[in-house]
Design a binder for this molecule. Structure first.
Ligand code: UDP
Length: 326
């Protein structure tokens, strides 16, 4: 099979490419290197089955041809990271709305199945129990920039499902919860690489707000394994899936665990949201996936525990190679 991976030089994308090659497939990557990086694929460059093209998904003519030549499309290219989206609202909307529109329209013309990356962010402030795929979205004001990301991704989801309903184009929506692992950068706001970097530099770990907000972190190898299994699961087409692990941790406890595992002498400090993200920022207190639908479809859900995932992140950090406390 020849797979096209948009955003293949990004964090999750590069792990997916690695796994597709391991499984014996040919892979074409399209990435504009805005938040992705060539070094994420450097260890695979010798593999003649991999082709990397630096191009924007907004180039309609290029995407039409690339999709025509593929058997299956993994559409992961997107503006990601709370901080990045806050700093680039216009570019984020353009990539996430027009980009997905271009990809899906080309896939429809050539009848190529597409898995599209979405995000747990679409649930917004719904911080009740574990979130099921059909649960309500609760978004704050449209003037809060953060929610633009959720709005654009929800539109992408709707478009993918509409193509399935009206044109029978096979699509699957992947709602990624907080994913972590080697090659994730803290530059765009993700908490784990950022706190690990701070701990390894013996700098204070910056926990935003009161630190009592919770997240569930999933190891990237588990995430891409689930994505590949969904692509092979006939009953998954036309559906939305939460992709994540359902073990919850407060950001305070996460910071403490990172200090322990790195053997760091860093302090943990609390930074008001306003100082971190500017006035009017809204965060969600709790975000836990219900992964029963995923489990029913592919027979498992991601299960690498947090400590193991953190160990991998620490070991792959340039400053972490020195050693990991047990
Ligand atoms: N966060 C933090 N310190 C940081 C970066 C993020 O405490 O240096 C917090 C952030 O406010 C949020 C949680 O960690 O409550 C997860 O943030 P991230 O941006 O990684 O993901 P998301 O908010 O999309 O879940």
């Amino acid at each position: 099979m020849k797979a096209l991976v948009t955003g293949g030089a990004g964090f999750i994308g590069s792990h997916l490419v690695e796994r597709l090659l391991e499984a014996g497939h040919e892979v074409q990557v399209v990435d504009n290197l805005s938040t992705g990086a060539r070094r994420n694929l450097a260890h695979l460059e010798e593999d003649h089955r991999l082709q990397v093209t630096v191009e924007s998904i907004l180039d309609q003519a290029y995407m039409d041809e690339a999709i025509k030549q593929a058997d299956l499309v993994f559409h992961l290219a997107a503006a990601v990271g709370v901080e990045w989206v806050l700093q680039h609202p216009l570019g984020s909307l353009e990539t996430n709305l027009r980009g997905t529109d271009i990809v899906l329209a080309a896939a429809d013309r050539h009848k190529r199945p597409v898995l599209i990356a979405s995000t747990s962010e679409v649930y917004g402030k719904n911080d009740g129990g574990p979130l099921r795929e059909d649960d309500d979205r609760i978004l704050g004001s449209g003037q809060v920039t953060r929610w633009l990301y959720a709005t654009a991704k929800a539109a992408d989801e709707a478009l993918a499902l509409a193509y399935w309903q009206e044109h029978q184009l096979p699509t699957i929506v992947l709602r990624f919860f907080n994913t972590i692992g080697p090659r994730q950068t803290g530059r765009y706001g993700m908490v784990v690489p950022r706190l690990v970097g701070q701990a390894l530099a013996n700098e204070p770990l910056t926990v935003y707000g009161d630190g009592k907000q919770t997240r569930c972190f999933t190891y990237v190898r588990d995430v891409v394994k689930s994505v590949m299994s969904l692509a092979e699961c006939g009953s998954a087409w036309g559906q939305v899936f939460n992709i994540g692990r359902d073990q919850e941790i407060t950001i305070d406890d996460l910071a403490r665990r990172i200090v322990e595992l790195t053997g760091s002498c860093s302090a943990i400090i609390h930074v008001p949201y306003q100082d971190a993200y500017g006035p009017g920022f809204e965060d969600m207190r709790r975000r836990v996936p219900d992964v029963s639908k995923l489990r029913r479809c592919i027979g498992y859900a991601p299960d690498t525990d947090l400590d193991e995932a953190l160990r991998q992140v620490i070991a792959s950090h340039p400053a972490g190679v020195a050693g990991i406390a047990s």
